[in-house]
Design a protein around this ligand. Structure first.
Ligand code: FEO
Ligand code: CA
Ligand code: CA
Ligand code: CA
Length: 601
């Protein structure tokens, strides 16, 4: 439906913030504060954070590092005064976490304990007040490298995932490299295992190792020195890397529940997964593989959603059909110049098809079993084809999210510096820029029901900074009236259907700090981009949660000060005790990744 309502969250766009600035910048009339920071104690027995006395045992009882996907779900029957926060801990920056010379083995163990997931209860006095986290609350939970995940679906128990430590092939320890995610209609959280290859040493010569970027090099964190499973050349652990690269599902309301990894949704560098219930009742999940020239995927459940039947709904992602996307443009190839200039029909647009990988429990790829298609999904997708050819190589699909207002799906392509380089594919209508530094967003309209195998598409925007001469496109909205935007990554919708975009990489592109942007999707102002906030130096903006009816926005500030060192920090976020200043009690002179809230006040 067209004509969205007006949001209660009104603001005047901020100006872009120079990339050297170490500050959170919010619109006039708004203020910000952390909800929870790296190291904050979660349990009644957790030690307080002491940056000079870190141990792995302490970290395991504290909030971890580098949050990406974040959501806040109200706990029922609490009058809006109690909620549960889910977030992940994607990776660690040991160079700014511990002083130089810290014990190497302990540093590795601290890093491992700072990975994984977290569930934390929040409280507030009333619905006009900011949230605080509750130490020792019953739902608080850390998911660590020894937390067991149940592998579901066709690959569970297969020879491709068995190890000496897990002969069942169904019980996997830990989750690493968790990036974006999604919240399901039944109140669980999905998390994408993304850059899992960076945690393993491997043979590096098999077709699968090569396609997934697994190499024989030592890893940057060197966990292979502490646990043999992180080197898949070790006898009994040949399949260990096959146990990562999945979509994880967590029930944040049950601290005793076993989290799941869903093999039916395929294995690749999962950015995240976002679910919508189709008219037919099947649930559909959209998923990006975040790698240059990799693909966009869609999962359609075999079973149907039943409102209120949590047990049924929590099984839906374990069985279904898997597809990979093929986009076809409708403008002459000669009009796709690689610059981002709009073709003569006035739009980057066309049609598309979902090519089958698994249908009705059977492999759609000749020569590959269902288990092989789901474990080596990239290789299976390379072989998928119709009369027009194979799936479309994308410019790094990050979040892929359907609007619950319109059913249209937004595919965020963050950038692709290699497009058009020697030996690489050049510009296409759906990825229209060579050496795509600033990224773009594709809007998909499924043909009929969300389960359809065909669709139409157009580009919502081709990002950049028009003021610096970049060729950009904002659905026809005047380019001199938008906030400059580069490297879109995570998206969320507000209650009236506006799209909000967080960015990762703007400093190296357009020279501004990353931020959060509101985009109008309908009417005369379609394509209007307004910057809401900017994150501190070196940070990426993640998470976003838009509670526009409460005039509140949440973001995860990931890797602030990442390019600095412990001794010479680039950032003092969020405690802001500058160099030379004497820290007050509880303040820390090092950046701490945190989830923050931005509100009127
Ligand atoms: Fe972790 Fe695709 O960003
Ligand atoms: Ca066109
Ligand atoms: Ca991302
Ligand atoms: Ca990213």
């Amino acid at each position: 439906k067209e004509g969205f309502g007006k949001s209660k969250l009104k603001f005047t766009a901020i100006k872009p913030v120079d990339a050297a600035v170490d500050a959170v910048t919010v619109p006039d009339g708004f203020t910000w504060q952390p909800v929870i920071r790296w190291g904050d104690p979660l349990f009644s027995d957790s030690p307080d954070f002491d940056i000079n006395k870190q141990t792995a045992a302490a970290q395991a009882r504290q909030f971890g590092y580098n949050n990406d996907y974040t959501d806040i779900l109200e706990i029922p029957n609490t009058k809006g005064r109690r909620a549960v926060l889910f977030t992940n801990h994607e990776y660690t920056n040991e160079n700014i976490m511990v002083p130089a010379g810290y014990d190497a083995k302990e540093t590795r163990a601290i890093g491992r304990a700072a990975h994984g997931l977290a569930v934390v209860e929040l409280e507030r006095k009333n619905t006009t007040k900011p949230w605080s986290y509750v130490k020792g609350a019953p739902l608080n939970r850390r998911f660590l490298d020894d937390t067991t995940y149940e592998l579901t679906g066709p690959v569970a128990g297969s020879a491709l995932v068995k190890t000496v430590a897990d002969p069942s092939g169904k019980a996997i320890k830990g989750t690493f490299g968790n990036c974006s995610g999604g919240t399901t209609p039944w109140g669980t959280i999905l998390s994408g295992e993304e850059n899992f290859n960076g945690y393993f040493v491997a043979g590096g010569t098999s077709a699968s190792d090569k396609r997934y970027g697994l190499t024989a090099n030592a890893t940057s964190r060197k966990w292979e020195l502490d646990d043999p499973r992180f080197d898949t050349r070790n006898a009994g652990y040949e399949n260990e890397a096959n146990r990562f690269g999945w979509i994880v599902e967590v029930d944040p309301f049950d601290p005793t529940s076993t989290p799941k990894k869903h093999s039916a949704m395929g294995r690749f560098k999962h950015e995240g997964a976002n679910v919508i219930v189709a008219k037919s009742g099947h649930v559909v999940a959209y998923m990006g593989d975040d790698e240059r020239f990799d693909y966009l995927y869609k999962f359609v459940s075999k079973g149907k959603y039943i409102e209120g039947d949590r047990k049924n709904n929590m099984g839906l992602l374990s069985e279904g059909n898997l597809f990979v996307a093929q986009f076809t443009g409708n403008s002459p190839a000669a009009e796709i110049t690689g610059t981002g200039a709009v073709p003569s029909d006035g739009a980057f647009d066309g049609i598309g098809e979902w090519l089958p990988l698994v249908v009705d429990g059977k492999s759609a790829i000749a020569g590959m079993s269902v288990e092989e298609v789901l474990v080596h999904t990239r290789i299976a997708a390379d072989k998928a084809a119709n009369a027009k050819g194979g799936p479309t190589k994308m410019d790094r699909c990050e979040d892929v999210q359907p609007s619950l207002h319109t059913g249209k799906v937004y595919v965020v392509c963050t950038n692709n510096s290699d497009r058009g380089k020697a030996g690489k594919e050049g510009a296409t209508e759906v990825n229209p820029r060579t050496q795509n530094r600033d990224g773009h967003i594709v809007e998909i309209t499924e043909t009929g029901d969300q389960t359809s195998t065909s669709f139409g598409w157009n580009l919502l925007m081709v990002c950049g900074d028009p003021a610096q001469g970049d060729v950009t496109y904002f659905s026809g909205y005047p380019v001199d009236k938008v906030s400059p935007i580069s490297c879109p990554d995570n998206v969320a919708f507000d209650s009236v259907g506006n799209l909000w975009i967080s960015t990762d990489g703007a400093p190296s592109g357009i020279g501004y700090n990353d931020g959060l942007f509101k985009v109008t999707l309908d009417g005369a102002e379609r394509g209007k981009v307004e910057q809401f906030l900017a994150v501190p130096r070196d940070a990426e903006t993640c998470g976003p949660i838009i509670h526009d009816e409460e005039r509140t926005v949440f973001v995860a500030v990931q890797h602030p000060g990442e390019e600095g060192t412990f001794e010479a920090p680039h950032s003092y976020f969020p405690d802001y005790v500058g160099a030379g200043a004497k820290p007050a009690a509880g303040q820390v002179r090092a950046p701490r990744p945190a989830v923050i809230q931005v509100f009127r006040g």
